[in-house]
Write a protein that binds this ligand. Sequence first.
Ligand SMILES: Cc1cc2nc3c(=O)[nH]c(=O)nc-3n(C[C@H](O)[C@H](O)[C@H](O)COP(=O)(O)OP(=O)(O)OC[C@H]3O[C@@H](n4cnc5c(N)ncnc54)[C@H](O)[C@@H]3O)c2cc1C
Length: 255
Amino acid sequence: MATNWITAKVIENRKLTDRHYALIFEAELLPFQAGQFARLQIEAIGDEGKLEKFANPYSFINSPDEKYGEVYFNTVPDGKVSNGLAALKAGDTVEIAQPCVGFFVLSQIPKDVKNLWMFSTGTGIGPYLSMLKTADAWERFEKIILVHAVPYANELCYAELIQQFAIEHPDKFQFIPVVSREEHEGALKGRIPALIEDGDLEKKANLKINKEDSHVMLCGNSGMLKDSKAILKEQREMDRHLNHKPGHVSAEQYF
Ligand SMILES: Cc1cc2nc3c(=O)[nH]c(=O)nc-3n(C[C@H](O)[C@H](O)[C@H](O)COP(=O)(O)OP(=O)(O)OC[C@H]3O[C@@H](n4cnc5c(N)ncnc54)[C@H](O)[C@@H]3O)c2cc1C
């Protein structure tokens, strides 16, 4: 399908931490599946000192039927698009490529899965928040365990929304925060791959990660994805899930 750029109007650009933002916008998005992403395009001064267009992919936090679109992002040093997005104010516009794309969606998860583990680092929690806003997530699985790993506790953004999921689905949903660089009450300390390897995540969830009834979704930085996949393969014989070869691990790499 050909890419079509549409113009979105910024409703609010909420600063969540010194480097995290929730960009809320109004746009005529084509129908999409929770978990999909689209490229956002801004104008910035390029290397040759001229105004140029720069685009990068961002996942949507909003569910497909919400009125406003929402993207959760962090700025990276010298990053053109992330800093361009951070500078947007209410009333500004941003270009969005349509349709949304991507296979990191619940319809790709094998039908017989009972327990869904959603592992994320940083802004990689975004696609899961969109999925958890849909009825499909709550109808299909017996247990959903959302794991959010961040360096500092103040980066555990979207706590209120996550708390809402826990209130609405107390027997089905568990949230496990992981903080690596400081102690935080109620959170595990360390990195996701090590916490899978030594069983701490399973102990906290009181649930096993196994190939018989679990599916693991991984979203975020390449280090977490690579190391988690290796441990799940070595320790649990859990293979990458492909369309033509069903497995137990699905992944979306942000960088
Ligand atoms: C499918 C997909 C979905 C994505 N969804 C999101 C999203 O919802 N929210 C979001 O914040 N980002 C998301 N990203 C990352 C995003 O597309 C950009 O790479 C990021 O915002 C940096 O863009 P930039 O133009 O500012 O910097 P660039 O010049 O493109 O990158 C500068 C450097 O920063 C590194 N980098 C990229 N992202 C990060 C990051 N988050 N933290 C630290 N370093 C990083 C890159 O590896 C590169 O070395 C997604 C990426 C992919 C592939």
